[in-house]
Ligand binder design. Structure first.
Ligand code: DWN
Length: 411
């Protein structure tokens, strides 16, 4: 439980929305755990009026969340494609190859991104806390250290002669409790002209598209360009470029270089845009509360309507997001028969809180499902393509956000 901002220690952290007590997003259950008590933690989002960082109040220990993990980045072609394009562009721009360049990724998961550097012969190393995921990465030929990244880890790596030209931190800075140690570690890891490339879900998309299901205990922080720039600036790192990208429902990709090696730098246009939109004030964030309630009512109405019309409803994607969505909206196994998911670690398990069974995607055909609730809505296009046969035979797919605006759907 924090009383001050995770980034700047300010006491001026103001409430945005409270989602009550929710189970841990990826704490999937085995059959014999179903009748045991399940841990739930408060999920309250706050905004720091000083550094503008949006964050949750509760801190669940990282060991509990990440020591053995179920999320494989490679389960999505969209993720693989996005990472491949990014890496190929960097290799080309910086002229990296077997004789030039060293790369490190924090939270490197199953090697989904670094494998592109391995293929190009570029020296690279991953740091991944989950032993089971790190093993998958090594099996993919990616040199991976099992453990958390922080300032001490960075100093050890530099001492062993490993400073980098490129450091990646994709979808990891939202998860970090000791923010200032990790960012200080990034600064230490970078060669004088090195670049850190950070991708993170963008708080502007979360608020403006009511993506409240992206709020869960793994995500301690929710970044704007302003707040992430303020955080890195404290550690001598300047944001030299920032762009919004579509992945994960809308993300920020920001590039940082060492301030002491930079000439004067203009403020990012995204920060200028955020100021104009009022994202540096609480009012921009705290209107999401009523929107979330409208979305909850819309989803509950839809689920009831599907049931009343005899439609067989399932979900697609045992996502971390779905734990917040289904538990907060009170939608459970009485309405959703199962959750389809391609991840081997997840199949045969049960969703946190709702205990909905997680099964292979082929079950949508075997069990004559009529409607799929896309709990992996951020990959809707990929799923529609993959399950085109389901649509061709009259099946329907809806994102959870289809229901809180009139007329966007029909059964
Ligand atoms: O920050 C995080 C994001 C990046 O990933 C992590 N803390 C946890 C995780 O969140 P998530 O589980 O909500 O992420 P995804 O990537 O939306 O999860 C997609 C899920 O859907 C995976 O379990 C894989 C599954 N899937 C599938 O079964 N078939 C995905 C696709 C595209 C498919 O075709």
């Amino acid at each position: 439980m924090i009383l001050k901002c995770r980034s700047c220690d300010s006491l001026k952290i103001k409430n945005v929305v409270s989602l009550g007590f929710v189970p841990l997003a990826n704490a999937l259950l085995t059959e014999d755990q179903l009748d045991q008590p399940e841990e739930k933690f408060p999920l309250d989002l706050v905004f720091c009026e000083d550094c503008k960082l949006v964050q949750i109040v509760e801190t669940v220990p990282a060991e509990k969340l990440f020591k053995s993990y179920v999320y494989l980045s490679s389960m999505s072609q969209t993720m693989l494609e996005s990472s491949r394009e990014l890496v190929e562009g960097i290799i080309k721009e910086l002229g990296l190859g077997p004789e030039k360049g060293t790369v490190l990724e924090i939270g490197s998961n199953d090697g989904y991104l670094l494998k592109n550097y391995v293929k190009a012969g570029v020296k690279c190393i991953g740091v991944e806390p989950a032993q089971n995921i790190a093993t998958v990465a090594r099996d993919n030929g990616v040199h991976t250290i099992t453990g958390f990244f922080n300032l001490d880890r960075a100093k050890e790596l530099v001492k062993s002669g490993y400073q980098v030209d490129v450091l990646h931190a994709n979808n990891v800075l939202a998860h970090v409790e000791d923010l200032n140690s990790v960012i200080a570690g990034i600064a230490v890891m970078l060669k004088p002209d090195g670049v850190a490339i950070v991708e993170t879900h963008y708080v502007g998309d979360l608020i403006e598209k009511t993506q409240f299901d992206c709020i869960y205990h793994e995500h301690l922080c929710y970044y704007s360009a302003t707040s992430i720039s303020n955080l890195f600036a404290k550690h001598g790192l300047t944001m030299v470029k920032a762009e919004r990208i579509a992945i994960h429902g809308g993300s920020l990709r920001a590039y940082f270089k060492r301030t002491d090696y930079l000439d004067k730098w203009d403020e990012s246009p995204i920060i200028v845009e955020e100021k104009a939109k009022g994202m540096q004030k609480l009012a921009y964030y705290d209107w999401i509360g009523p929107e979330i309630m409208r979305l909850k009512m819309g989803l509950q109405w839809f689920v009831q309507y599907a049931k009343n019309t005899g439609k067989k409803l399932a979900a697609y994607g045992a996502t971390a997001k779905s734990t917040t969505l289904l538990n907060f909206c009170g939608v459970g196994k009485e309405s959703i028969e199962f959750i389809a998911d391609s991840t081997p670690f997840k199949q045969g398990k049960y969703a946190p809180g709702t205990h909905i069974p997680i099964v292979e995607p082929s079950e949508i055909y075997n069990r004559n499902t009529d409607i799929l609730l896309l709990t992996a809505w951020n990959f809707a296009e990929e799923i529609e393509k993959k399950e085109s046969r389901f649509l061709e035979k009259g099946g329907k797919m809806f994102s959870p956000f289809s229901f809180h605006r009139e007329g966007e759907w029909s059964l």
